[in-house]
Design a protein. Structure first.
Length: 370
């Protein structure tokens, strides 16, 4: 009887007082190694020849869509990119976890490669973020970005957040029609950036949409995890969104509580051994891929654990790693597959040699602490 009473009290606490629950322990790494076989599935020598981003969305038990941001289009000959140009987004389709990807590059009337997704208001460009599929209907969050007057790899700024919907994602991507609505629950100002869609998690009939709340700081923004909950069937009904703060779900997106610090603008939250696992690049730009666990989608989140240290930055100070996230369609209960991207501060180090700017994969075997 006493055990039953304690279990009932725990359930009530989880529902009524979620912020009072103790945090789970950090994940325990048993092994971590590059997955060269998966790297090879994403590489090609004609057409699509590299990209970053790499968000995956399962649209059926066998089919996964891969959403990429800036994408090289051209050829690779003798280890070098040639006749190459860059578009702001592209899509790959994978029919099975061991299948090579079929890439879609949209082309203009004069056959030049162009982005598959473009903002309805004509400003800047779109970088795809996380998405979710409900039957054949695909919903994807897009960060709207524009160039700044600076130079180099970070001469851009975010100016908007959009929700895009593809009514029938089973059709070939080149024939998709994208329905767009601008998100009213985002902030892009000099003092604060708050946006959603960095990760999406479905639990039953609820959808948890994660985001980032950041303030300017040096050398990296002070960036925190935030989360909203909404009915999975009503993604575009922003009035139905509720934002977690101090144990309750609030209507005001501006008051969303900070759940974890040191986060990236891209990360993942996925089911993991009866709980949940967040995977991200430490501070957004680092060789360190970190993981946190929680018993509930809103947390409380554990202290971070180092899952894998990308070797590339240690070999060349001109390189940087980012965009780490886990992919459930390639993972198992204990073995988590994580992708990341390696880029360079020198544009021509990426544009000419073909070693950089691909999704790189690692397999990490994890346990939850006892």
């Amino acid at each position: 009887m006493r055990n039953t009473l304690m279990m009932l009290m725990s359930i009530v606490a989880a529902v009524v007082f979620p912020s009072l629950l103790p945090a789970a322990g950090p994940p325990v790494v048993r092994s971590a190694a590059p997955a060269r076989d998966l790297d090879a599935l994403f590489q090609s020598t004609d057409g699509w020849i590299g990209a970053d981003g790499a968000y995956s969305v399962a649209v059926s038990p066998k089919r996964t869509l891969w959403l990429f941001s800036d994408t090289w289009v051209g050829k690779i000959r003798d280890g070098r990119r040639t006749d190459a140009t860059m578009v702001n987004n592209s899509v790959g389709v994978q029919d099975g976890p061991s299948a090579r990807l079929a890439y879609t590059i949209r082309r203009s009337a004069d056959r030049k490669p162009v982005a598959l997704f473009v903002p309805a208001d004509g400003r800047g460009w779109f970088w795809p973020q996380a998405g979710t599929a409900d039957g054949h209907r695909l919903s994807v969050f897009f960060r709207q970005v524009e160039k700044t007057q600076g130079t180099g790899a970070f001469a851009f700024r975010s100016i908007g957040l959009w929700l895009g919907t593809v009514p029938d994602a089973e059709r070939p991507p080149e024939s998709w029609g994208l329905e767009q609505v601008k998100s009213p629950n985002a902030i892009f100002s000099a003092e604060r950036t708050l946006f959603w869609g960095t990760a999406v998690l479905r639990v039953g009939n609820d959808l948890y949409v994660y985001g980032a709340d950041e303030r300017p700081a040096k050398p990296f923004p002070d960036r925190h995890m935030v989360v909203a909950r909404l009915p999975a069937a009503s993604v575009a009904d922003f009035a139905a969104w509720r934002y977690f703060r101090e144990g309750r779900w609030d209507k005001d997106f501006r008051s969303a509580g900070h759940l974890a610090d040191g986060m990236a603008a891209e990360y993942s939250v996925t089911p993991f051994r009866g709980g949940y696992l967040a995977v991200y690049t430490e501070l957004g730009l680092s060789p360190r891929i970190m993981g946190r666990t929680a018993d509930h989608p809103w947390g409380p989140w554990s202290a971070p654990a180092l899952l894998y240290e990308c070797p590339e930055m240690g070999r060349d100070k001109n390189l940087f790693c980012y965009a780490a996230k886990a992919h459930p369609g390639l993972s198992s209960n204990r073995e988590i597959v994580i992708s990341y991207v390696v880029n360079a501060f020198d544009f021509w180090q990426v544009a000419r040699p073909a070693e950089l700017y691909w999704p790189r994969f690692v397999r990490v075997t994890l346990d939850r602490p006892n």
